[in-house]
Ligand binder design. Structure first.
Ligand code: AMP
Ligand code: ZN
Length: 122
């Protein structure tokens, strides 16, 4: 827990969110300003500022976080199969477009068209 971190407070339940999933290590909730029909945020319960702080010994929990994505995507309305799918995004640092300094993975999907914010950079 980092003082004054919005996502630490959400993971602890101190600030309300629309929860989609929780286990020992991760908390998953719906983005308050969705860029697509499905827009989830997956956060580690421990405070990690960004991918810039990640080191080799973080590989295990990061792998588990990635591995949650297909199940969460499908359970929350992403279309299965080749014609469907989803986008995983981890914005990192100011130039990487990160607004909240607690590492989070966006799961973005659902039928198109999506908001322009969800499109790849030109
Ligand atoms: P990023 O730009 O990658 O740091 O993304 C931060 C995301 O957090 C944005 O998509 C916001 O809409 C979302 N967000 C900010 N505050 C909240 C909140 N209280 N509950 C849910 N999502 C939030
Ligand atoms: Zn935090």
């Amino acid at each position: 827990m980092s003082d004054n971190c919005l996502f630490c407070k959400i993971a602890k339940g101190d600030i309300p969110s629309k929860k989609a999933y929780e286990d020992e290590d991760f908390f998953v909730f719906h983005d308050i300003n969705p860029a697509a029909p499905v827009h989830l945020l997956v956060i580690p319960k421990h405070h990690v500022v960004s991918m810039q702080a990640v080191q080799a010994d973080d590989a295990q929990w990061l792998g588990r976080m990635m591995a949650l994505a297909p199940k969460l995507a499908q359970e929350n309305g992403c279309t299965p199969g080749h014609e469907g799918g989803f986008r995983l995004v981890i914005n990192t640092g100011i130039e990487g477009g990160q607004e909240i300094d607690h590492l989070h993975m966006h799961i973005i999907g659902g039928p198109r068209p999506w908001d322009k914010r969800a499109a790849p950079a030109a």
